[in-house]
Structure formats: C-alpha cells, structure tokens
Design a protein around this ligand. Structure first.
Ligand SMILES: [Zn+2]
Ligand SMILES: [Zn+2]
Length: 290
C-alpha cells in the first residue's frame, strides 16, 4: 500500500490546494494521505501556517476526510517546530486543531544562551523576524549562506557545539512532546556537504546514536525523508542509509515521507522502499493508526 504523511500545501510554504494533493494521491494508488503543514509559530515568518488560518486548515482537511471517506484515508496532522524560547509545548496546537498525529522537527536551532532573549521578545510582542532570527541557526532551506552565517555569527564557527545543540534540541523535543513521528532528524548535515565535519566522525555518530536510543525508548516512529534527494540538495535520505541500517538492528519503526511541497512530490520515494527491502528492514510503518 502507498501512503505519505509528510505533506505541505498553500497553507504554509507548499504549492497547491489540499484537493489537488488528494486527487494526485488517488490517481497514483495511495490508500492513505496525511497533511502536515508547518504548525503556526508566534513570530512573523514565511514558512508556517498563519495563526489566523490554522482552524481553516484543520477544517478543510476534515472536510476532505469526510468527502473522500472510503476511497482514501486522510489524516489531519502538523509538522511542528520545537524551538526553545519560542515553542516548546505542542499540546496547545494539538488540542486546538484536534490533530490526529504530529511530526516533530527541528529547522531552527536556538543558541542556549539566547533562550531568555527570545522569551522576552515574545513577551513584549517584539515578534518580527528581525528581532527573532539573530537568535536562531536556520539549518534548512535552499540557501547554504543562512547555515554558514548562523554557524559563524551565533556559534562563532564552533561546528561541534552547533551540531550538538541541534541534536540536544531534538532530544528535548522528543522527551517533552513525544511526537508521533520524528522528522528528518539528521538534516543538520544537508548544508555541511562534508565541509565542516564528516558523517563518520565519532562525535557525530555518538550524537546520532544518542537520539536513536531516545527514539527507541519513547516509541516514536522515525521518518525516512526523501526530499533532499529529489531536490538535489543531498545524496542520501534523512537519516542516511548507514544510520537506517543501524536503526534496523534496534528494531526502530520507520515511516517513509517525501515532505511534499507540491502534489507531484507525493510519490517521490526515491527508492526508499527498495532500499528498506534490500536490507531486510523489519519494522516499516505504512499506515498510521489513530
Ligand atoms: Zn521539515
Ligand atoms: Zn516538511
């Protein structure tokens, strides 16, 4: 069976109406589709669903779910950002929207010394991106300059400390929120391109393994995200093939997501299922139970 639970739309930074995703999924033989727009954040930004549109998003997903019932199972979810100082608790959004699942992801890393400054900014309604962004390291997006600038300006070029902070932020998210799915949890490598460290470095492997141990302990599902490959930004899945092999030895449940930002991205699985079957992966989740 085909499914995809990592999808965006015009409500956040994707393209296309919800209906176009559903129709594409149906035409390509999917039996389940989850919507996971970027959850609203309490500061101005270009990528997440706007606070004032959040309930429209939830209601439209529910309307699709009802309309297409019996043809495809549609689930209402969000991809939520865990950002110390800005958003640490997913519960309010989950409850307000009546969500059926969550993807927890880190795209923006808070420097530990800047948590209070962020809290104060929000407290005083100083929530424009110029006030907020200097405290955050943006590890995602198409422009490596954001990665390099944040690393240099916020972390003074200390890549180990910066990457450790990324993983510790991920760990804190898992412990506190236990998202249904942990999204692209090694994406901090995307703009590295083996410039500052190697994936095989012992310190990096230790950080990976620490997060995997936590995923195992909490029972979250680990995402295998294919977007880096079809966007030409990365040559491997998030997490990488070697990491997936290691996770198989621990029996970690995995789910493949394409992180679709357009309807035609829905089936960009990029050989993920072939790879999983080739290595005899034991615990593959194809359908979320709610
Ligand atoms: Zn993401
Ligand atoms: Zn996403």
């Amino acid at each position: 069976m085909l499914s995809n639970y990592h999808t965006h739309s015009h409500y956040c930074d994707g393209r296309g109406e919800l209906r176009e995703y559903v129709e594409y999924a149906l035409a390509h033989g999917f039996s389940a589709l989850g919507f996971s727009g970027h959850g609203p954040l309490p500061y101005d930004n270009k990528f997440s669903i706007k606070q004032e549109q959040y309930l429209d998003y939830c209601n439209e997903v529910r309307a699709m779910k009802a309309e297409y019932e019996g043809r495809i199972e549609i689930l209402l979810g969000l991809e939520m950002d865990y950002i110390p100082g800005i958003q640490e608790d997913f519960t309010p959004l989950i409850e307000k929207g009546g969500l059926e699942y969550s993807i927890g992801s880190v795209h923006l890393v808070t420097h530990p010394d800047h948590v209070e400054a962020l809290r104060n900014s929000l407290l005083h309604n100083d929530n424009n991106s110029q006030s907020i962004m200097p405290h955050l390291w943006y590890i995602d997006g198409g422009n490596p300059a954001h990665y390099d600038n944040g690393l240099n300006e916020l972390f003074h070029g200390d890549i180990r400390y910066a990457v450790r902070t990324f993983f510790h932020q991920t760990n804190a998210m898992i412990e506190r929120n236990r998202p249904t799915i942990v999204g692209h949890f090694d994406k901090v490598v995307m703009h590295n391109r083996e410039r500052f460290f190697s994936y095989q470095d012992k310190w990096f492997q230790e950080l990976l393994h620490e997060t995997i141990a936590l995923i195992r302990e909490t029972g979250c599902i680990c995402e295998i995200n294919t977007r880096g490959i079809y966007k030409g930004r990365h040559t491997d899945f998030y997490p990488a093939r070697d990491t997936i092999r290691y996770m198989n030895t621990l029996g970690i449940p995995v789910i493949v997501g394409t992180d679709a930002h357009a309807p035609a991205d829905l089936d960009r699985f990029e050989g993920a299922y072939e790879f999983l079957s080739e290595i005899g992966y034991r615990n593959i989740v194809k359908k979320l139970s709610v």
